[in-house]
Design a protein around this ligand. Structure first.
Ligand SMILES: NC(=O)c1ccc[n+]([C@@H]2O[C@H](COP(=O)([O-])OP(=O)(O)OC[C@H]3O[C@@H](n4cnc5c(N)ncnc54)[C@H](OP(=O)(O)O)[C@@H]3O)[C@@H](O)[C@H]2O)c1
Length: 298
């Protein structure tokens, strides 16, 4: 059996991994915070020593972008030091490591889509700590992938789609930022893409390494995502609020956010043969799953 370790088992991505159908001969273990806590390095050592892992995918992170501004040491421990420690184990064990990273390593001032080769320049603590995590992983494990994604959404945990549906239930009008552009990415589509890459890394010692951008296809703004969420929900009896566009400046937050989060998936498609679904299809699927859950509860 080839066992893959996925950290952050209770998060959006970790939960999505647990729902995947694995290829024959593969197993997947995704411990949550109770068994693998990045602020307790001894739990990292214990889990890494637990089995002869075939690969490790680091999906755990301090993802509270605004809170990271006021707790930078914690963000650094979880997003930079812990991935580095895992990578040292992976390097010693000679196994591939997939480090999940973010569009927030970029400043967002480029005109076009960001390529893997573009210079980074994070605007806040979260992005800076994730960028340090990328460096730590690349330094410690030769067979690494740094997979940057953006705007992760799913039926699980806390995310923009769930927030919109919740707010839209109570309010007649919503104001949503319209000048940040990117692609919402389904954690389920991301898990499936990362599994495909991981299997290639395990089965082919010469599989290409390095940075790869993995996001759903297409682009929009947060307001565009909100419109798509409400349009889909409305087909199932949900009464949508009116959505008004606002600028980032009109919605001040502790952390600055990149205006351009668009990531090119050309390398993902060309090198790994992975084509992610269109973002609208991903949103439709998530809304359908959430509406079904709601129907079952009521
Ligand atoms: N969410 C996004 O929009 C987004 C965008 C770009 C990139 N990413 C990256 O994508 C990956 C997956 O993100 P996600 O959306 O699945 O995030 P998520 O839902 O917040 O999941 C992250 C998981 O890490 C856990 N975690 C927090 N502190 C930890 C610690 N000290 N030790 C171990 N685990 C800890 C969280 O537990 P608790 O929930 O209990 O804190 C959570 O279960 C991350 O690498 C993230 O940086 C996310």
């Amino acid at each position: 059996m080839r066992d893959i370790l996925v950290t952050g088992g209770d998060g959006q991505l970790g939960t999505s991994f647990l729902e995947l159908n694995l290829p024959q001969g593969y197993g997947l273990y995704a411990p949550g915070l109770d068994r693998l806590d990045f602020t307790r390095p001894e739990t990292i050592d214990a889990v890494m020593a637990q089995r002869p892992w075939a690969a490790v995918i680091n999906g755990a992170a301090h993802t509270a972008v605004d809170r990271a501004e006021s707790e930078p040491a914690l963000a650094w421990t979880i997003n930079a030091e812990a991935p580095g420690r895992i990578a040292q184990h992976a390097g010693r064990m000679g196994i591939p490591m997939i480090q999940v990273s973010t569009d927030y390593v970029f400043p967002g001032d480029k005109d076009g889509v960001y390529l893997e080769t573009d210079a980074i320049g994070p605007l806040g603590v979260y992005g800076a700590s994730k960028a340090a995590g990328e460096v730590a992983v690349r330094a410690a494990v030769a067979r690494h992938i740094v997979a940057r994604t953006s705007w992760v959404v799913s039926p699980f945990g806390a995310n923009f789609v769930k927030t919109m549906l919740r707010l839209g239930t109570d309010r007649e009008e919503l104001r949503v930022v319209d000048d940040q552009r990117g692609a919402p990415t389904s954690a389920q589509d991301l898990a499936s893409a990362l599994l495909a890459i991981t299997v290639q890394m395990i089965e082919n010692p010469n599989a290409p390494t390095g940075v790869v951008h993995a996001v759903n296809r297409g682009e929009t703004s947060w307001r565009g995502v909100a419109d798509a969420v409400f349009a889909r929900a409305a087909t199932q009896g949900y009464k949508p609020p009116k959505v008004f566009p606002i600028t980032t400046a009109e919605y001040p937050t502790p952390a600055r956010r990149p205006l351009n989060s668009r990531l090119s998936t050309e390398r993902l498609e060309r090198v790994y043969g992975v084509v992610m679904p269109q973002w609208q299809d991903a949103i439709d699927k998530i809304v359908d799953q959430l509406m079904l859950l709601e129907t079952k509860r009521s």
